[in-house]
Design a protein around this ligand. Structure first.
Ligand code: AP5
Ligand code: MG
Length: 217
């Protein structure tokens, strides 16, 4: 079977990272989260990381050209025998058009796009309780999905942190930008006949089952 290339589109906190991890494990895919890549760069204090921080901390998008180059670089390094789950790129039409070129330049096609439908109220509840493991990229929630040992990642053993952009003002800005960009993006993939919508409100396992069903159909 040809390798899978899947795109997850969803509001901040809709569960893209949580579901990418599950899907990547089940289908043996590479997980590409642009947010995680920026944060890893920041941890290593690269120029890219420092530039990204100035946008991330305000809840704004990092410029399209910078983000596109980073994704192009990442994809180029992965064997075309390996599928990828794209989490958080593209986020607007300019990026979607750049994405098409990146894929075709690397002998890939996009198989499916999954949109995570969820209310603002629900994502605010999720983001204000999120705990993040920087090294493993895993996410937890103080109530919905606590780690086995308080404050520590189950897999890497590292100390869990709160992301600097998970505060009420920045969450509001991220949501605003998401809603401004996403209708056009969804219309673009609807026209390409790639778009499936799932209800991201339910538990992680229920959402995962909806994703698997959407991928089969
Ligand atoms: P990024 O890191 O991608 O942030 P985001 O898009 O705002 O999304 P999140 O990572 O916050 O949420 P998620 O959907 O992954 O949810 P999660 O699974 O963690 O981007 C950060 C920043 O980087 C952007 O603001 C921008 O500045 C920059 N950036 C990134 N991509 C860019 C691009 N393409 N262009 C330009 N700039 C870019 O879940 C959230 C919480 O809910 C967790 O606590 C989790 O445990 C819990 N949870 C998950 N699923 C469920 C469930 N089903 N039920 C209950 N709780 C759940
Ligand atoms: Mg994420």
């Amino acid at each position: 079977m040809a390798e899978l290339n899947i795109l997850f589109i969803g509001a901040p906190g809709s569960g893209k990272g949580t579901q990418s991890f599950k899907l990547a494990q089940k289908k043996n895919l590479i997980h590409l989260s642009t947010g995680d890549l920026f944060r890893n760069n920041l941890k290593q204090e690269t120029d890219l990381g420092l530039l990204a921080k100035s946008y991330i901390d305000k809840g704004q998008l990092v410029p399209d050209s910078v983000t596109t180059d980073m994704v192009a670089d990442f994809v180029k390094k992965i064997s075309d025998k390996k599928g990828i789950v794209f989490d958080g790129f593209p986020r607007n039409l300019v990026q979607a058009k750049n994405f098409k070129k990146i894929l075709s330049g690397n002998n890939r096609i996009l198989n499916q796009v999954i949109f995570f439908k969820i209310s603002n109220q629900q994502v605010i509840a999720r983001l204000t309780g999120r705990l993040y493991a920087q090294k493993s990229g895993l996410v937890y929630h103080v109530k919905n999905n606590p780690p086995k040992k308080k404050g520590v990642c189950d897999v890497s053993g590292e100390t869990l942190i709160t992301r600097t952009d998970d505060n009420p003002e920045v969450i509001a800005e991220r949501l605003d930008i998401f809603h401004k960009n996403t209708e056009a993006l969804l219309n673009y993939y609807k026209k390409e006949n790639l778009l499936k919508t799932i209800d991201a409100f339910y538990s992680p396992n229920e959402v995962f089952n909806s994703i698997l069903k959407a991928l089969e159909s």
